[in-house]
Design a protein around this ligand. Structure first.
Ligand SMILES: Nc1ncnc2c1ncn2[C@@H]1O[C@H](COP(=O)(O)OP(=O)(O)OP(=O)(O)O)[C@@H](O)[C@H]1O
Length: 238
């Protein structure tokens, strides 16, 4: 489905990423449409981060194409990384900086920043230096900063990998809120429990290759691939 003005669907066409001749992502073809929360699941080293980085435009594929529906997708999509990257200034100023880069005036930026701080439960720590916040708060701030840009698509690369269960839950709730507000979620994780809690559909990667793409309701009861099955049964995929 294509909505007017939407940068979706996003098509990854026969993407390969190779280093020194070694294919770390191999002939990956996927289409992402508006709607479901898409979780890219797979063991460490499966190629999840590389795939997200190529889709986001941070990394150029060795071969293949990344195609968006619109010509200037960068303004309408954002990415959050495993480790939050904060500027040496207050939490609020971190968001203001991102909004300034997008060309927003001060007053408009302040209004949007206050709204997003409130929605993410961060208003109380807005004036603190971002780098003294706990890692969980920093990650919430990183997501708030990305959300303030009103992206149509939000890529999240293992956003809770360094967090404890309580902070993880706060981030998962936030992701649900952002999705409910209309942003397409494309997120990687190696955590099966998290995929169960969040996913509408699963893309299972193993060793840089797509094993299967399955509705989450089916994946956790009857995965289609041997790799997916082994992962669910807790076998180590080597
Ligand atoms: N620039 C690079 N040079 C060489 N190898 C790389 C490079 N970038 C990634 N790799 C390797 O490619 C493989 C896939 O990496 P990627 O980060 O995409 O995995 P992942 O599925 O996100 O894993 P994790 O869950 O550990 O983050 C890994 O084995 C990694 O070491």
């Amino acid at each position: 489905m294509t909505l007017p003005g939407s940068i979706l669907p996003l098509k990854l066409i026969d993407l390969t990423y190779a280093v020194d001749g070694q294919k770390l992502v191999q002939n990956l073809t996927l289409e992402f449409t508006q709607g479901p929360k898409t979780l890219i699941l797979g063991p460490n080293g499966a190629g999840k981060s590389l795939t997200l980085r190529m889709a986001h435009g941070l990394l150029k594929p060795t071969s293949g194409q990344v195609q968006w529906q619109q010509r200037h997708p960068q303004r309408h999509q954002a990415m959050v990384f495993q480790r939050p990257v904060m500027l040496r200034r207050s939490a609020a100023a971190n968001i203001d900086y991102a909004l300034g880069l997008k060309g927003l005036g001060k007053a408009e930026a302040a209004e949007l920043r206050n709204e997003v701080l409130a929605k993410t439960g961060l208003s109380g720590i807005a004036t603190r230096p971002a780098r003294v916040l706990s890692i969980g708060e920093q990650q919430r701030l990183a997501i708030a900063r990305a959300w303030a840009l009103r992206p149509q698509v939000l890529f999240l690369d293992e956003p809770t990998a360094s967090l404890d269960p309580k902070a993880t839950r706060a981030i998962e709730d936030l992701i649900e809120t952002i999705h409910a507000a209309g942003t397409k979620i494309i997120m990687s994780t190696h955590d099966m429990g998290q995929a169960k809690r969040l996913a509408d559909e699963i893309i299972f990667l193993n060793q840089g290759v797509l094993s299967e793409r399955t509705a989450a309701s089916d994946f956790f009861t009857s995965p289609h691939s041997a790799e997916g099955r082994a992962f669910l049964e807790g076998e180590l995929l080597l």
